[in-house]
Every structure is written in structure tokens, then in C-alpha cells.
Design a binder for this molecule. Structure first.
Ligand code: SF4
Length: 284
């Protein structure tokens, strides 16, 4: 691998799937919140640790915003050491402040109004599947569980990336908003990640994800009664059954949301309350 200065962006990628070029001159994500310093497990300065891949003809490059080792904070694998890979871009929001209202209106999702994840291409690196997988192994230093996240990771993740990770003995999980079918992203459900977590931001009728291992609804805005068919698409696991989670929205509405999540779970015990353990532990 070597460093590259070419900033030509998405237009140079040879992926069959369209990913918008969100970058516009003079725009960027908000300044870091100085009241909330970076969590201690986050790897700062991706470009300082890794070099961009040399690109061979026909070879696909994946834009990676961040890669760090931490604990999975939520859901079935809560507490498990994992290498998180944040891929650039989302299909709900460009990631730029000026586009929040426009994208909320365009998509019908409200998450562009409150999302604080940084997934724009500034500071990202372009890596081949093999270099990305090598970086996961190096970053993990023995951790062989990788979570592909975003943004919307299925805009970029594909069968070649999953295969490269699996070849290195890495179990692959992903977190998706459910708007992209696994067959479209990976060619088939089987070629996709080993573990899929869906946290919808659009009504159930607009979700294309065929199947998942966990369904996570952020209450109070997303309710079980609106995702009954999606809940049926969750693969049951031997002892755990179907993993259906109600996660209280963080922030000023947390107390109200937590009470609602508990009430909903107690009234319909197919659902469980998700506790964000990484926040209690001070990791991210
Ligand atoms: S889908 Fe997820 S990453 Fe994308 S804007 Fe909504 S909350 Fe943020």
C-alpha cells in the first residue's frame, strides 16, 4: 500500500452500485464536541496508521472513515471485543449539516435531523478488500470479530470484502438500516455477513432486507406494532430465539424512552430492552 493524493472521490470507483459523491467544497461535519472528548478506544487519525491501497485495474476500493477496536456495546454480542469499520456514506443523509432538512424531506426518515455519526469522505482512506481485511486483523491484534457500520455499510460492503475477512478467520457482522437487500449488496444472502443487525429508519414497507439476526427499534419513534412483518424476518437462534430489541433513544428523551421500552417489553415479551453497555463503560 502507499499514500495517494488523488481526491477524485466516488467517481473513480468501479463498483456497480451507485454511491453519491457527497463532498462539496467548503462543507464538512461539525467541529468535534470539546465537552465530550473522543472515547478512549477510538483510533484517531486513520491516515496516520494506514496508507491507501495501490489500485490495480478493475480492483474495487472501499472508502473507510474509521477503524477501531472496542467492545460491541449493544444487542446479543454486547461486551464482545470487536473491530469496528465505519464505511463512508449513507443513503438517508449526506452527512453535511446543510443537508439535514432536505434529506429528511427527501427520504421521509427523521434520522437526518439528529444523526451525529461522522461518515463523510473527509479523512477517509480507500482500501482494497485485501488491504482492508489485513488492517482489520492488525487493528484487532487477536480480535477476530468485525462490525461493518456506517453510514449505511451496505452501500459499499460486498461479497469480496466479506470473503477477504473470512479468509483471515474474521467473523463479519454488519449494522444496516434495512433499505438495501442482501442479495443486491452481496449477490446472495449466504455471501453476506455472518451476523446482520437491522435498525430501521423508514417504515417497514420500504425495507428490502430479506433477513437479519437482530432487529433493533429505537423508541419512542419506532414501535413494535409498526414492524411486525420485519420481526418475522429475524432468524431465530437456538436458545435465544428471535432477537427483537427496543432501545431507548439517547439524549434528552432518555428517561421517557427507557420507561416506554420497559413497558413495551413487559406487555409483549417477544421484545427485549437493549442497554447500551459501552456507554456505561465509557467506550465507543
Ligand atoms: S441511517 Fe443511520 S447513519 Fe444514516 S443518517 Fe440515519 S442514523 Fe445516521
Amino acid at each position: 500500500m502507499r499514500m495517494q493524493n488523488d481526491d477524485s472521490g466516488w467517481g473513480t470507483r468501479d463498483s456497480g452500485r451507485a454511491v453519491p459523491d457527497h463532498a462539496e467544497p467548503g462543507t464538512s461535519n461539525p467541529e468535534p464536541d470539546t465537552q465530550n472528548p473522543e472515547p478512549r478506544t477510538r483510533e484517531a487519525g486513520l491516515a496516520e496508521r494506514l496508507a491507501e491501497s495501490d489500485r490495480q485495474p478493475g480492483e474495487r476500493l472501499y472508502r473507510v472513515k474509521a477503524m477501531w477496536t472496542t467492545l460491541q456495546g449493544e444487542g446479543f454480542w454486547a461486551g464482545r471485543p470487536a473491530v469496528f469499520v465505519r464505511l463512508v456514506a449513507c443513503n438517508m443523509w449526506t452527512g453535511y449539516e446543510k443537508d439535514r432538512q432536505r434529506d429528511a424531506a427527501r427520504t421521509g426518515a427523521d434520522c437526518p435531523l439528529w444523526c451525529d455519526t461522522q461518515f463523510t469522505k473527509e479523512g477517509s482512506l480507500r482500501l482494497t478488500a485485501y488491504d482492508l481485511a489485513d488492517a482489520v486483523v492488525e487493528t484487532g491484534a487477536g480480535v477476530r470479530f468485525c462490525v461493518l457500520t456506517g453510514g449505511e455499510p451496505l452501500l459499499q460492503a460486498d461479497a469480496a470484502l466479506v470473503a477477504a475477512l473470512r479468509q483471515r478467520g474474521v467473523t463479519v457482522a454488519c449494522e444496516t438500516n434495512g433499505t438495501i437487500a442482501l442479495a443486491d449488496a452481496f449477490g446472495s444472502v449466504e455471501a453476506g455477513p455472518d451476523w446482520v443487525v437491522c435498525s430501521p429508519k423508514l417504515p417497514e414497507a420500504q425495507l428490502k432486507l430479506e433477513v437479519c439476526d437482530e432487529l433493533k427499534l429505537v423508541v419512542p419513534d419506532y414501535r413494535p406494532e409498526a414492524y411486525g412483518a420485519m420481526a418475522e424476518r429475524v432468524r431465530p437462534h437456538a436458545e435465544a430465539g428471535r432477537l427483537l430489541w427496543l432501545q431507548p433513544e439517547d439524549g434528552p428523551r432518555f428517561q421517557e424512552a427507557a420507561r416506554l421500552a420497559v413497558d413495551l417489553a413487559l406487555s409483549d415479551p417477544r421484545w427485549r430492552v437493549s442497554v447500551q453497555g459501552h456507554k456505561a463503560l465509557g467506550v465507543d
